[in-house]
Design a protein around this ligand. Sequence first.
Ligand SMILES: [Fe+2]
Ligand SMILES: [Fe+2]
Length: 469
Amino acid sequence: MSIDYTSKIPNNVDLANDRTLQRALEHWQPRFLDWWKEMGPVDSSNADVYLRTAIGVDAEGWASYGEVKMPDYRWGIFLADRIPDRTIGFGDHMGEPAWQQVPGELRSQFRRIIVTQGDTEPASVEQQQRLGLTCPSLYDLRNLFQVNVEEGRHLWAMVYLLHAHFGRDGREEAEEMLSRHSGDADKPRILGTFNEPISDWLSFFMFTYFTDRDGKFQLKSLAESGFDPLARTCRFMLTEEAHHMFVGETGIGRVVRRTLEVMKEIGSDDPEAVRRQGAVDLQTIQRYLNFWFTSSLDLFGSEVSSNAAGSFANGIKGRPDETQYEDHVCADAIYELETPQGRESVSLRNAMNEVMRQSYIRDCEMGLKRWNNQIQRAGHDVRLALPSPKFRRSIGAWANVPTDPAGNTVTREEYDRRMPEWLPSESDRAFVHSLMQRVVEPGKMAGWIAPPDRGINSLPVDYEYVKLN
Ligand SMILES: [Fe+2]
Ligand SMILES: [Fe+2]
């Protein structure tokens, strides 16, 4: 079904033929816009931004580009096309027809998962609210705004499911999505990472690399779901999400490149000397990476989880790219875990969170390889590395077990004492903040970041991607 842009809410779900649902969503729409005005990117409502908007849901040519004022962005409801005769691909319902309605007995589990996913979307917009004030270039400002409007659309995606399939409870949950706020003392967002402030662009790039990638894996596992509307929603969200991780990967790569240029210019790899030239030393980049990677690892939940087992068994949530596995039922398969108490064999179904986390970690490694290639080509021995998944965990078997980033157990005293080596310290943050000066002249870049290799949609890098007016 093609996207209907003539109605108030763009959609490809034939909203016009479901008056009740349409009215309910039209009732929610102004609340969303109020939220955007209050919690969305500051000082941006008048800017013309070169944004992409979905025009179709197939892989080829789904996006059209043009100048848009963000409050006029056509947020809507886009589901990937229905796969005819799709069957459930895992768990106890393997091979049964996919559900077009939520099975009554799984209602609360599905609702919880959709709410948890949905809550992260506006949360990240809130976290990034003030970044536009310190953008390193118009190119980056445009990318930030693109990410922001798409996270807003992801909220629409989840709110549609809540409204369409969960009746009054769903409508109440949709309201709640706009009343919790990132970092709010009384009504915070549901997941920890989404309450961490993102007050500088290095954190933004780390977030889009590591935390949006958690999103990718959550969406991939939900794209396997037996509940077909959820699977189709998530399949389309993944196409948008890919850009967010591109922003992270190229963003970190450009910071590294600039740092290497400065190291070459001054003929030194001394972090203090690098900082004096207004670039971020590789050690600080590593500490930021440690922070966001470890925080994102917790989002996958405990290594052993009866909830995860239930979700898999019941066809709610599969493994990312389920087709890569041979056994989709996993009734008696065993998974070997490393815990502080030693090796443990657990039922594979109970270890699904860990299976997901491990595929996430492998995916994270790809960017590190690229950044390290840059460093190697520049002739330096330093390497960026992912810390051990045992390090600084707050959830699961390794929660509150003091280890160093390599995963060796250390005393609590050593852990506390060496923390400034491992995570951004107050002075690291103050230094990074001191670099955050707004650059909005077309083609110009802040001194701590290299320009991108190419612009957006074949336009030059010095194109005026945001007209601030
Ligand atoms: Fe998202
Ligand atoms: Fe995202």
